[in-house]
Design a protein around this ligand. Structure first.
Ligand code: SF4
Length: 544
C-alpha cells in the first residue's frame, strides 16, 4: 500500500498483486470477490469509511480473489509479437472461436437470471463498500443505440433500420427510465471511468438527443477526469462540425466504421463513403483533440482482392488512426438476414483471405502499429500499445482496454452488463425492451452467476488473453487448488500448440510465445470448460 502526496491511497501495486491479495482475501471469509487486476482507488477518508476487506457479502455470492496474472516482472514478460506470421499456421489455426470479451461467453447466459437477480446484484454492489463493487471501483457504462438509416449487407449487429428519427425520441425516454431503474438499485453518484456508445449507429441520434442522454447520465453518475469516453461514428452521418460537437460533449475517443475504401467493395456491401469524407473527419477529430481514433476494417468482403485491399491498407496508413480493428467477415446468411443480399460468388476465396490477413499484419507492423491481440493493432505510442508492453491490458465487452477491470452497466436493447460475479443481458427486441421499462422493470432477460470453476477459468483465460502468461502459483494460492491436477486435461491438450511454438509450459507458468500471441484465442479455448463440453463452434467468428 502506498500513500501518494495527493492524499490518494493505492491499494495494490499493479506490477505485483501477489503481496497484496493473497494474504487478506483468502483469510477473510467475508470477502465477496476482488476483481483480478483491479486496483481500488479512494481517498484516505474513503478508506476509513469502507475498509476494503471487511464487508459482508450475500451468503450465496461466489468468492473471487485477485490473481497476479503477469508475475512481478510483467513489463519484461510481454514482448512484441513478430510482424510476420507463417501462412501455414494461419491456415491451420483459422478455426472458429469465442472472442472472450467475457468468460463464460454470452451464449451461456440463461433465462433463470432475470430482473430480480440483476436488481439483487446491483444492490449488493451498492451495499458492498469498496472491496469490489462499491465506492472505490469506478463503473463502465455501455449504451446501445440500435438505429441505422440504411443496412450494410455484411451486418451481424442488433440494429433497427429506419429513416424515422422520431423513433429515437421514444427510445431515449426508455433509456433514461432504465438509467433511473438502475440508479435506484446501485445508488446515485457512482464514479464512472468508461462510457461507450455503440450500436447500431449512436450518431443516428442528433446532437440535442445525445446531449439530453449525457445530461441524464451526468446527473446520476460521476464521470471521473481522465476516463475513456468513446462513441462509435458512422462517417456517413457526421461532418467536421459535428465531430467538434462530440468533443465538446466530452467524448475523447472515437471509433470510425470504415471497413474498406474500395468503391466497388463499398457498393457490394451497400455502404458507400468516400475516402475524402473519412479523411476530413480524421482531420476534424485531431483538431478537436480526440485522444484516440480507432478505425474498423473488414477483410473477406465481396469484391475484395489482395490488390484492392493493399490499396485500402495504404490509405489507412496515410490516415494513421491510433488504433485499427481488423475483423474477418463471416458469411452466415442463414443467421443474419442482410447477408442474404451478398452474392456469395463475389466473396474472396480462403487463400485470398489469408493473403489479405498477412498483408494487414505485415503492412501495419512495418508502418508503426503494434499487434495488440485478437484483431487489434495500435500505434506504438498509443496507450493500448504501452499497456500491452507493460502487461497492463484488460478485456471487457468492448475488447481490450487500459482501464482497470470494473463493473459494467449495460443500457439499452440487447446490452450486456457485468456486476461481478453476475452477467446480464437486456431484451433483444425494441418491443420487449420498451414493455419491460414501461412496467417499471429492469429489461434483463438472461444472464448468469459465475460458479467457482467459472471464476478460476475466467482468471486463467483473461491472464492468457491480456498478459500472455498464467502464473501457476498465483492461481493455486488464490483459488486453493493444485493447478497441474485441476487442469491436467487442459495441459495435455496444449501439446500441439506447444509443438507449433505458440505456447511454452514453464516450471511456474504457462506462457504464450510472441508468435502464439496471434493465436491467443486458440490457447484460451483449451481452458474453456463450456466449449469443451460443446464442440459446436459455428456460432463463433474465426479466431484470428
Ligand atoms: S454495420 Fe453498423 S451501420 Fe451498418 S447496418 Fe450494421 S450496425 Fe448499422
Amino acid at each position: 500500500m502506498e500513500e501518494l502526496s495527493t492524499g490518494v491511497i493505492v491499494l495494490c501495486n499493479m506490477r505485483n498483486l501477489k503481496d497484496v491479495v493473497i494474504v487478506a482475501p483468502i483469510q477473510t471469509a467475508a470477502l465477496t470477490h476482488i476483481n483480478p487486476l483491479a486496483c481500488h482507488f479512494g481517498t484516505v477518508a474513503d478508506m476509513r469509511a469502507h475498509p476494503p476487506f471487511t464487508h459482508t457479502p450475500a451468503a450465496s455470492a461466489p468468492v473471487e480473489v485477485a490473481v497476479s496474472t503477469a508475475g512481478p516482472d510483467s513489463a519484461e514478460v510481454v514482448v512484441d509479437p513478430p510482424h510476420r506470421v507463417p501462412r501455414e499456421l494461419l491456415a491451420r489455426l483459422d478455426i472458429a472461436g469465442p472472442r472472450y470479451t467475457s468468460y463464460p461467453t454470452a451464449d451461456r447466459f440463461v433465462e433463470a437470471f432475470g430482473p430480480s437477480q440483476y436488481a439483487q446484484a446491483l444492490k449488493q454492489r451498492a451495499e458492498g463498500g469498496g472491496a469490489v463493487g462499491g465506492a472505490f471501483t469506478p463503473l463502465s457504462i455501455y449504451v446501445h443505440i440500435p438505429f441505422c438509416e440504411s443496412v450494410c449487407y455484411y451486418c451481424a449487429c442488433n440494429k433497427v433500420i429506419t429513416k424515422h428519427h422520431e423513433r429515437a425520441d421514444a427510445y431515449l425516454l426508455a433509456l433514461k427510465a432504465e438509467v433511473d431503474l438502475v440508479v435506484n438499485q446501485v445508488g446515485r453518484g457512482q464514479a464512472v471511468s468508461q462510457l461507450h456508445l455503440g450500436g447500431g449507429s449512436p450518431t443516428f441520434l442528433n446532437d440535442a438527443q445525445l446531449e439530453d442522454l449525457l445530461a441524464h447520465l451526468r446527473a446520476r453518475f460521476k464521470f471521473v477526469p481522465g476516463g475513456e469516453y468513446a462513441i462509435e461514428v458512422d462517417p456517413r452521418t457526421v461532418d467536421a462540425t459535428r465531430i467538434h460537437r462530440l468533443a465538446a460533449m466530452g467524448f475523447n475517443r472515437l471509433s470510425l466504421g470504415v471497413q474498406d475504401f474500395d468503391p466497388d467493395v463499398q457498393v457490394a456491401v451497400h455502404r458507400v463513403q468516400a475516402f475524402e469524407q473519412v479523411e476530413s473527419l480524421m482531420r476534424a477529430a485531431r483538431d478537436a483533440g480526440f485522444e484516440s481514433i480507432n478505425m474498423d476494417l473488414i477483410y473477406g468482403l465481396p469484391k475484395q482482392t489482395p490488390q484492392t485491399f493493399a490499396r485500402t491498407l495504404a490509405q489507412v496508413v496515410a490516415l494513421r488512426p491510433d488504433r485499427v480493428a481488423l475483423y474477418a467477415y463471416a458469411h452466415l446468411p442463414q443467421r443474419f438476414k442482410p447477408q442474404r443480399r451478398i452474392d456469395a460468388g463475389q466473396l474472396p476465396q480462403a487463400d485470398d483471405k489469408l493473403t489479405m490477413l498477412t498483408q494487414a499484419i505485415d503492412t501495419l507492423g512495418a508502418q508503426g502499429w503494434d499487434y495488440i491481440g485478437m484483431d487489434h493493432f495500435a500505434l506504438h505510442s498509443d496507450s493500448l500499445a504501452v499497456a500491452r508492453r507493460q502487461g497492463r491490458l484488460h478485456r471487457n465487452f468492448q475488447g481490450y482496454s487500459t482501464q482497470p477491470d470494473s463493473d459494467l452497466i449495460g443500457l439499452g436493447v440487447s446490452a450486456i452488463g457485468r456486476v461481478w460475479p453476475h452477467y446480464s443481458q437486456n431484451a433483444k427486441t425494441l418491443d420487449e425492451y420498451h414493455d419491460a421499462v414501461r412496467r417499471g422493470e429492469l429489461p434483463v432477460v438472461r444472464g448468469m452467476t459465475l460458479s467457482r470453476d467459472d471464476l478460476v477459468r475466467r482468471a486463467v483465460i483473461m491472464a492468457i488473453m491480456c498478459q500472455g502468461r498464467v502464473d501457476i502459483e498465483s492461481i493455486e494460492l488464490a483459488y486453493l487448488l493444485d493447478f497441474r491436477q485441476y487442469f491436467g486435461l487442459e495441459l495435455s491438450q496444449l501439446a500441439p500448440l506447444i509443438e507449433s511454438g505458440l505456447v511454452e509450459l514453464e516450471s511456474d507458468g504457462v506462457r504464450v510465445t510472441p508468435l502464439g500471441w496471434y493465436f491467443v484465442r486458440a490457447i484460451a479455448m483449451v481452458f474453456d470448460r463450456h466449449l469443451q463440453a460443446d464442440r459446436n463452434l459455428q456460432r463463433f467468428s474465426r479466431i484470428i
